[in-house]
Design a protein around this ligand. Structure first.
Ligand code: SF4
Length: 230
């Protein structure tokens, strides 16, 4: 099982502010921006961000309209991958986490009544996970290109055609337990700042941007995290 634990995250202020739920970055009060920068520095010096990824690449052995069959008798259920990536030759099951440190600090701020700091640090954690996903997808896509394959855009459990219940399956396929990521009985990932995704690899894979996704989303007019209207 490949594990990547040496990725340096280059967090961009605007990405963080978007994940804080702020819209219209230029209108945000300078005091808020300063606290974000201060928290970012302290997260770095206190090693609150420990980006780690586990993934496994599985050759595709068959595809039905509602599932993908993988080498080793594994299956990914749902119509999303067959309908979006019908030419996929391999699937990469991926789990990314920044570890438990940041969320512990968020809890301490919350319990100490420092709600604003808790919220802002939580947003930094979310932006860190987003950035980690982008970096890891680049790594896997680069490796796949050396074998003549392209990577499609990543898909996550919870998207239409890939139910959230597939998350447990995905954690097993990526062997997420080896990097300390597990699911609670209610289906929550622990550490909380973790995510699971699939990259389809093949000769001609479909890609899209986050703006494309937001433009088609029913929540686009009210969602505080949209990349539209920023
Ligand atoms: S608008 Fe929709 S797709 Fe975009 S960030 Fe919000 S919930 Fe996600």
């Amino acid at each position: 099982m490949p594990v990547i634990s040496d990725i340096r995250l280059n967090l961009k202020k605007n990405d963080i502010l978007r994940r804080e739920g702020f819209r219209g970055y230029t209108r945000i009060r300078p005091e808020i921006k300063n606290i974000v920068l201060e928290l970012l520095e302290s997260a770095d010096s206190a090693h609150l961000l420990e980006p780690t990824t586990a993934y496994e690449i599985y050759p595709v052995t068959g595809m039905d309209p509602d599932k993908v069959l993988l080498e080793g008798d594994a299956v990914v259920s749902g119509s999303l991958i067959p309908s979006t990536f019908p030419e996929a030759k391999e699937l990469a099951a991926i789990v990314c986490t920044i570890g438990p440190g940041l969320e512990k600090q968020v809890t301490e701020y919350s319990q100490g009544g420092e709600t604003l700091r808790a919220m802002l640090l939580d947003g930094i954690g979310s932006a860190a996970v987003d950035t980690l996903v982008i970096e890891v997808c680049h790594c896997i896509a680069n490796e796949a290109s050396s074998r003549g394959l392209q990577a499609g855009s990543p898909v996550n459990p919870g998207m239409p055609g890939l139910t959230i219940t597939e998350q447990g399956n995905l954690l097993g396929l990526a062997r997420a337990g080896d990097i300390g990521v597990n699911l609670t009985s209610s289906g929550i990932m622990v550490p909380r700042k973790s995510t699971s995704l699939i990259l389809a690899l093949g000769p001609k894979m479909e890609t899209w941007t986050q703006a494309d996704v937001c433009a088609r989303c029913n929540l686009r007019d009210t969602c505080p995290y949209t990349v539209l209207h920023s």
